[in-house]
Ligand binder design. Structure first.
Ligand SMILES: Cc1cc2nc3c(=O)[nH]c(=O)nc-3n(C[C@H](O)[C@H](O)[C@H](O)COP(=O)(O)OP(=O)(O)OC[C@H]3O[C@@H](n4cnc5c(N)ncnc54)[C@H](O)[C@@H]3O)c2cc1C
Length: 385
């Protein structure tokens, strides 16, 4: 399908595709096997200007938006979603600053993210608080010109590598959702440390770690927006970044379809290619249709986010829900179509199936996306009545 990209958008896609094929494809198996962070690739992505697409020019970025971020993440994820995540999770850490930061905070924190000189992380999840952020336990207590943070965040993407960490902490327990605030905690701040690095099923080139706060003194200048506005910032951030998760999922599914087409049209069984059988063609047709439907929903949503006229909570949740379920279906079908080879590390599709699973889990599980969509539908029905 033609999505009528501008020349600039086409150029971004071709830059991301070239990096993915020339620099990521040759090393993706190594990073997957070792589970190490791809610092060298992050440098290449930074030098190509891909980290700063959604950051305003005023702060050193390219002044584009979520749609361009989605295009890049999709291209990179076609080859390796774990490596793409260094960039996508930086956007997750950066968006609360973009949405709630002062001019001074944006200049200070976003400029080094725009060039890839620094990367970001976003911490809301805790050992006893995942889907329900109201139950956060990490506390931020005001002490003169500082907030003292105590607690732990777990499963944080880019944890330990990120210099800029956007952290949600409770400033007023009694105020529930309005008692959570957002802070930027810089790597190296005394009292801020890192715990265990997780050993994962997929996206193994992405680092996932605990963040530990022990009497960590954060300057009051690092509070984003106002006290009590943290959760609102987080939810607005998800509207902009769930399309990024959908882009990872779409990229994985599209990558698996590309690999399957290459295999099915060249691999010979009993004197004919796998793709010459009509039963196989039907399966390929379903995979391709689902991938295109996921892309159409995602691109329309990303463009809506960038228009900025209305909240896109429902559409962003739908994009993530649908694309991640498609990614699971398409990658498991790809493994099936590769036959015995699909199960081997020597072929890329088993890794894609492992990588796909996380897109149904993070930034809110797909049950939580369904809750969001359901709530929005009820609100719409009530206002139409
Ligand atoms: C690799 C990885 C990277 C991650 N990166 C980050 C990150 O960078 N930053 C960050 O803050 N977090 C991150 N997370 C955490 C992730 O966002 C959470 O794991 C996720 O939101 C789910 O929370 P939970 O695991 O606590 O599940 P729980 O909330 O304990 O849920 C358990 C199960 O119950 C279901 N459930 C819960 N509540 C409801 C409900 N109301 N209705 C229906 N079903 C429900 C869930 O869908 C799930 O199936 C990451 C996780 C992983 C695995």
């Amino acid at each position: 399908m033609d999505y009528y990209l501008t020349e600039e958008q086409k150029e971004l896609v071709s830059t991301a595709r070239a990096i993915a094929n020339e620099h990521i494809k040759p090393v993706r198996q190594k990073y997957d096997a070792e589970g190490t962070f791809p610092q060298d690739i992050v440098k290449i992505l930074g030098e190509a200007g891909l980290f700063g697409v959604y950051i305003p020019e005023k702060y050193g970025g390219r002044g584009m938006g979520v749609f361009e971020l989605v295009l890049i993440v999709e291209e990179l994820s076609k080859v390796d979603a774990g490596i793409a995540l260094a960039l996508a999770a930086t956007a997750l850490g950066a968006y609360p600053i973009l949405l709630g930061g002062s001019d001074e905070q944006k200049a200070r924190f976003l400029a080094p993210l725009a060039t890839g000189e620094k990367i970001a992380a976003f911490g809301i999840t805790e050992p006893e608080s995942g889907s329900d952020p109201i139950s956060l336990a990490t506390k931020a207590t005001k002490d003169g010109d500082f907030y003292i943070l105590n607690g732990a965040k777990c499963f944080i993407t880019n944890g330990g590598e990120a210099q800029i960490n956007t952290i949600m902490a409770v400033t007023n327990k009694g105020r529930g959702a309005r008692g959570i605030s957002a802070f930027v905690v810089e790597k190296g701040t005394p009292g801020f440390d890192f715990g265990k690095k997780e050993n994962k099923l997929g996206i193994r080139a992405s680092v996932t770690r605990e963040l530990l706060f022990d009497d960590c003194r954060v300057p009051k200048e690092n509070l984003l927006s106002r006290e009590g506005w943290g959760l609102i910032l987080a939810l607005k951030t998800f509207d902009a970044t769930r399309p990024g998760v959908a882009a990872q999922a779409l990229g994985i599914a599209a990558g698996a379809l590309n690999e399957t087409m290459a295999f099915a049209t060249t691999h010979i069984e009993s004197g004919e290619t796998v793709a010459s059988r009509q039963g196989i063609q039907h399966r390929l047709a379903d995979m391709a249709t689902e991938v295109e439907a996921a892309r159409a929903l995602l691109y329309a949503t990303a463009r809506m986010v960038d228009e900025g006229k209305v909240r896109t909570t429902k559409e962003s949740a739908m994009s993530k829900l649908y694309a991640s379920d498609v990614a699971m279906r398409v990658t498991s079908e790809a493994v099936r179509l590769f036959g015995d080879r699909g199960y081997l590390h020597d072929y890329p599709v088993e890794k894609m199936m492992r990588d796909a699973k996380i897109t149904q889990i993070y930034e809110g599980t797909n049950q939580i996306q369904r809750n969001e969509i359901g709530l929005a539908l009820i609100k719409e029905a009530a206002s139409a009545a």
